[in-house]
Design a protein around this ligand. Structure first.
Ligand SMILES: [Zn+2]
Length: 144
């Protein structure tokens, strides 16, 4: 595996990101170097699955990213995907997901200091409704 940006674009995490224990929830993704804002960090990898009745319910019980809708009929199933599945939710996230041609790209929203946990808003992912949010943000909505 190469550590070039091209490799990151193909789905593997960039070298400046590591999976560590998170205070928010289980394991999380952390910056191991200062990251610039508005940069592509990589892509969530996984398997494209067709959205059928029940698909959301089947994957909706997790506080982790397991399914991201990428089109009207398809979603990316990430349970066996790369480290980006460990992105935790925050009501004031420092990263965001962008769906482009059935791919899920991960971008930084702003400059991120080394050691900071990377977070996204789970708006695009299914999760158990009313799950309590522990993101710690001043603007926390209280539930995910
Ligand atoms: Zn919150």
């Amino acid at each position: 595996m190469s550590d070039t940006p091209r490799a990151a674009a193909a789905g593997s995490p960039v070298p400046a990101i590591a999976v560590r224990r998170s205070k928010v929830n289980g394991r999380g993704l952390f910056a191991t170097a200062d990251l610039h804002g508005r940069r592509k960090l990589g892509e969530l990898s996984g398997e494209l699955v067709k959205l059928l009745p029940g698909t959301w319910e089947r994957f909706g019980r997790s506080p982790k990213i397991y399914l991201v809708q990428v089109s009207h009929r398809y979603a990316l199933e990430c349970s066996r995907g790369n480290a980006f599945k460990y992105l935790n939710h925050s009501c004031e996230p420092n990263c965001y997901l962008r769906v482009y041609r059935r791919r899920v790209e991960v971008y930084s929203r702003r400059d991120i200091a080394r050691g900071t946990e990377l977070t996204v808003d789970y708006g695009q992912t299914p999760h158990r409704q009313g799950m309590r949010c522990r993101c710690g943000s001043a603007r926390c909505r209280g539930v995910i």
